[in-house]
Design a protein around this ligand. Structure first.
Ligand SMILES: [Zn+2]
Length: 258
């Protein structure tokens, strides 16, 4: 179900055990081959597909299209909010949702730079609403072993604008993928302990601007991308998204002695 497609009176009558989900994404550079809206479009697509599959068990809020992207600001077109702004937005939205009687909230993240603040958000809200249930996940951290099995580009290949995001965009919006600009992997050397990709960060977090990590705006290898892989990734991620929403939908607060 889509929040904005209902009338106020229909929302009032809805079962309040239904989890409410919001996509937090980003509007930022993705190299020469992908558009600024890549993360938002990927997040939006997953939400649409989830709604097609189990639309009676989830209520999807209007998405947040701008996230934390300060580390991409050296590249034109990138938009960013501060952590505090995003957390304040999410808190206000949560307060509104809870004031209407819902108490299960899912933050669905589609941008790596939002991962840390997403964790902070559920910790803050979990303490604010002891009777509430808060879940946060990023699509690229679900079913990681199954996702890795799809990847051919090796460590660091499924990074920013790399094999996976490009595959998903080839599936979702091929007319926006500039195939002639799909560049080679140009991840700049760093420390062993700082290397990571979409599936997991390095052993230690090391803050760098994207310009320090890559000179073409991408971190990874889009040459391994394909439409078929986009479909495979979508199926793996959707399976897990359905499982999380189902479990949350079926969760009975009374069974937790609250
Ligand atoms: Zn991205």
């Amino acid at each position: 179900m889509i929040w904005e497609e209902f009338t106020s009176f229909q929302i009032k009558d809805l079962d309040k055990h239904i989890p409410v989900l919001i996509n937090l994404s980003a509007t930022e550079q993705h190299g020469r081959h992908l558009p600024l809206g890549t993360d938002r479009m990927i997040g939006h697509h997953f939400c649409q597909r989830l709604n097609e599959k189990i639309g009676d068990k989830v209520l999807i809020l209007p998405e947040l299209a701008i996230g934390y992207s300060k580390h991409h600001m050296d590249f034109a077109g990138t938009l960013s909010l501060n952590h505090e702004t995003i957390l304040a937005q999410l808190k206000d939205i949560t307060d509104a949702v809870f004031s209407h009687g819902f108490y299960k909230f899912v933050l669905f993240n589609s941008h790596g730079g939002n991962q840390g603040l997403g964790q902070v958000f559920i910790e803050k809200m979990g303490a604010r609403y002891p009777h509430g249930h808060f879940v946060m996940f990023s699509w690229f951290r679900l079913a990681v072993e199954r996702l890795r099995a799809i990847s051919d580009s090796g460590p660091g290949g499924a990074g920013h604008g790399g094999e996976f995001e490009t595959s998903l965009m080839l599936r979702i919006a091929p007319h926006l993928v500039n195939q002639e600009y799909i560049g080679e992997k140009r991840n700049k050397p760093s420390f062993r302990w700082a290397e990571g990709d979409l599936f997991g960060g390095g052993e230690a977090s090391y803050y760098r601007s994207m310009m320090d990590m890559t000179d073409n705006g991408i971190y990874g290898d889009p040459r391994f991308a394909s439409t078929e892989k986009g479909e495979q990734i979508e199926n793996v991620v959707l399976d897990r998204m359905k499982e999380i929403v189902f479990d949350l939908y079926n969760l009975d607060t009374r069974s937790l002695n609250r």
